[in-house]
Design a protein around this ligand. Structure first.
Ligand code: PLP
Length: 401
């Protein structure tokens, strides 16, 4: 369940054998992201998008500056969720015209920075309207703004729901007409709408349904817009398979829905452009986490591989990043790729807590201290989503190969 190559039984990352890459990095644990796979994924997504649909990268999924710099010219824009991410995006050379900023609880200073930078702010409350108007006046610059709508429907199939019902994200669809009126009277430069119903959805037909519902909603709300609608950010939430039994997303229905959405938006507002913002779908499968086996222990018949890496670097693989049931990410012994498993082991980290598990009772070829364990599907929500300070172990390193 991974797209990496192997040679003589050893995993290759960006064409470099894993053991040699580990020597180059100079330490374990580390994360490695493969440029070839990143570019290939963007190409595949582009091929599935009807012409005219913009593709943005959601920096939150992996904010490593070198990776953002690599992605920037491949996509049409970057979406950020803090002033810190905005800095990474702008440092990477992003054109502020194609940067948008979403997130509940934007601080006053962040909104001022966003106006100064000239990025599009996805407004998520009435308070933000007032603050943006204030920043715009003080800086003598337009405040570019879109409305993040909390839809009046729930997207089914998402691993993490971020729209529909009562949510801290965006503004309830029912309140949007009033918000739009306020944006108009406050003199904000209105540009469009943003919806983000949820993350990690593996059901193409349900994503398609969500896109069509989002489009309907936006067409309705657009009647209250204080200025022409120029951009509709339809979110994303495309998932990747992490666990045994999960299947890759079927983009067929998504492509069809996007073509319909595009046609409807163009028919209504000739100038409007639909964009998608994808995070993990673009980067998640292009990355691995690599840890070294420190110890091999048997406890009452169960074998434990104790590694130098764990939940402090990779919270998601430990099962503590929003999962309800702990399941194993795909793992392998880096120089024994393709070998038949010979034992059942649990791969754990060095932290003194039972939560520090990288893989529980997995079948692997035999491994010894010094060997490298690889956790796949690790290109998104890795170090930046992990409690690195927990227990005071060394930080991990990230490389782009
Ligand atoms: C988290 C987030 C994303 C990225 O989600 P993925 O599941 O990584 O694709 C995109 N947009 C918004 C608004 C988000 O909050």
């Amino acid at each position: 369940m991974n797209a990496f190559e192997t040679a003589q039984g050893e995993l290759q990352l960006g064409g470099v054998p894993l053991s040699r890459l580990a020597q180059r990095v100079g330490q374990t644990p580390f994360y490695a992201y493969d440029r070839g796979l990143l570019a290939e994924r963007v190409r595949a997504v582009r091929a599935a998008l009807p012409p005219g649909i913009g593709l943005h990268y959601a920096v939150k999924a992996n904010p490593m500056p070198a990776l953002v710099g690599f992605m920037r010219p491949l996509v049409d824009g970057l979406d950020v969720a803090s002033a810190g991410e905005m800095k990474v995006a702008l440092d990477a050379g992003a054109d502020p015209a194609h940067v948008s900023f979403a997130g509940p609880g934007k601080r006053d200073l962040e909104l001022q920075q966003a106006v100064a930078a000239g990025v599009l702010v996805n407004v998520e409350s009435f308070r933000e309207v007032a603050l943006l108007a204030d920043a715009s006046q003080r800086l003598g610059l337009p405040a570019r703004a879109a409305v993040r709508v909390n839809p009046d429907f729930e997207l089914r199939g998402a691993g993490m729901r971020m729209g529909g019902g009562a949510k801290p994200f965006g503004v309830d669809a029912e309140q949007v007409p009033a918000l739009l009126a306020e944006m108009g009277s406050a003199g904000l430069q209105f540009e469009g709408f943003h919806l983000y119903p949820g993350s990690q959805n593996l059901k193409g037909d349900l994503i398609a349904q969500g896109l069509l519902q989002s489009c309907e909603l936006v067409l309705r709300l657009g009647a209250h817009a204080p200025a022409p609608v120029r951009q509709v950010n339809l979110g994303g939430g495309w998932g990747i398979p992490y666990f045994g039994g999960e299947r890759a997303l079927d983009l067929g229905p998504v492509t069809e829905a996007l073509a319909q959405v595009q046609a409807r938006l163009v028919a209504q507002w000739g100038q409007a452009r639909a964009v998608l913002e994808l995070g993990r779908y673009l980067v998640g499968e292009a990355g691995v986490y690599v840890a070294r086996v420190l110890d091999r222990k048997t406890s009452r018949g169960q074998v434990f591989l104790v590694t130098d890496g764990g939940m402090h670097h990779h919270l998601a693989a430990s099962g503590n990043f929003g999962q309800v049931i702990r399941r194993n990410y795909p793992v392998a012994i880096g120089h024994r790729m393709g070998e038949a498993p010979t034992e059942t082991v649990s791969v754990v980290g060095p932290l003194c807590t039972p939560l520090d598990v990288l893989a529980e009772r997995v079948e692997l070829p035999e491994a010894a201290p010094g060997d490298l364990v690889v956790v796949f599907q690790s290109g998104a929500y890795g170090p930046s989503a992990s409690p690195q300070a927990f227990l005071g172990h060394p930080a991990c390193v990230e490389v782009l190969v």
